[in-house]
Design a protein around this ligand. Structure first.
Ligand code: 3HC
Length: 311
């Protein structure tokens, strides 16, 4: 690519300008954004499955209505992000095919099962909490459509996180069986939530370029640390114990030291070996096939509309 165009592009990014769809951009910038935004969208859509599992089982009408609203929001976030990826020339069908073929990733966190109602609390509190840590900085990502999509997404994520934490507060203040259910959910979701932020910085092949082009504003480890520091006091408020014997406040650092993450588990889940991996992709494939008639009807309608206009 012409060196002067790359230099002008890098100067704009360094000056914190937004890059818009019609602006010149290096091919590698376009490609890595399609990679990240499409996988972000896949994460939102697949993330509807573990939570959707509890819509018909919610313990009250109020909880059911809230969960229904949250799952609908996640679907909206996914469609928003697929549209942002399309501004870079990606096609919806290609992105969906890549997910179904196991070529594109979705967040590891959605490969874990949700056996109890407390999982819905832990997902809202920890998974949406981690998503907020990761998505707030993305409001300043250098690609305009992605940054603007994040502004809307972040507003809804705070509702998601708060409703999850409220579920955990209710359980933690409930019977001993409810408290045990809340602690069991924290035990199962704590470490996978830390893995959401991605591999350690020294094993993160995309970070150097993404930081230089201000796609990523903080590194994986920086956001992970911020999440731990913000979440430990919330667990203490609930009277729940974080399943990490090495967790302790480090006054000198002004943050928590925490135990080693099972990176072997993380990389296995990224490779598609997560507990629910097959079930998740099967469900997405079935939903896509079941919805084919709607897409065909919309295409037929559009064709007739254009013929009427052309007549
Ligand atoms: N799950 C699956 N794959 C992951 C992963 C995770 N938690 N973390 C990293 N990876 C993959 C990366 O995609 C990359 O593979 P690729 O090159 O084939 O895409 C590889 O592991 C190496 O990781 P890197 O750190 O080099 O990759 P990135 O620089 O892209 O950083 C990221 C990873 C921090 C997840 C970044 O892509 C990102 O910020 N993405 C946007 C946010 C996002 O996708 N969040 C997922 C959750 S969405 C959600 O939680 C919904 C909420 O509403 C509940």
């Amino acid at each position: 690519e012409p060196a002067d165009l790359v230099a002008a592009f890098e100067a704009r990014v360094a000056a914190d300008e937004f890059i818009e769809p019609k602006d010149w951009m290096p091919e590698a910038y376009r490609r890595t954004l399609i990679r990240q935004i499409s996988q972000h969208a896949h994460s939102e859509i697949v993330g509807m499955l573990p939570e959707g599992n509890w819509i018909t089982r919610a313990p009250s009408l109020r909880r059911k209505a809230i969960l229904l609203a949250k799952v609908q929001d996640e679907g909206g976030h996914g469609l928003y992000l697929y549209s942002a990826a399309e501004t870079l020339g990606a096609s919806r069908a290609e992105m969906i095919d890549a997910l179904h073929a196991g070529k594109a990733k979705y967040s590891t966190i959605f490969n874990y099962p949700t056996p109890t109602w407390a999982d819905i609390g832990a997902i809202g509190w920890l998974v949406d909490g981690a998503a907020i840590m990761n998505q707030v900085p993305l409001q300043r990502t250098s690609y305009g459509p992605y940054a603007r999509a994040m502004v809307r997404v972040c507003k809804e994520e705070s509702f998601h996180q708060r409703q999850g934490y409220e579920i955990m507060m209710t359980l933690a203040a409930g019977t001993s069986a409810q408290r045990r259910m809340a602690q069991d959910a924290l035990d199962r979701w704590w470490w996978p939530a830390l893995m959401m932020f991605g591999p350690p910085d020294d094993q993160s092949p995309n970070s150097e370029q993404s930081m230089r082009w201000r796609i990523k504003r903080d590194t994986n480890d920086e956001l992970r640390q911020k999440f731990v520091d913000a979440t430990v006091p919330q667990a203490e408020l609930l009277g729940l114990t974080i399943p990490d014997p090495d967790l302790r406040w480090n006054e000198a650092r002004g943050g928590y030291d925490f135990g080693a993450i099972e990176w072997e588990e993380f990389f296995a889940v990224v490779r598609g070996e997560g507990p629910c991996a097959r079930e998740r992709i099967e469900a997405r494939r079935k939903a896509w096939e079941d919805g084919a008639w709607v897409r065909e009807a919309a295409d037929a309608y559009e064709m007739k509309r254009r013929q009427r206009l052309a007549a």
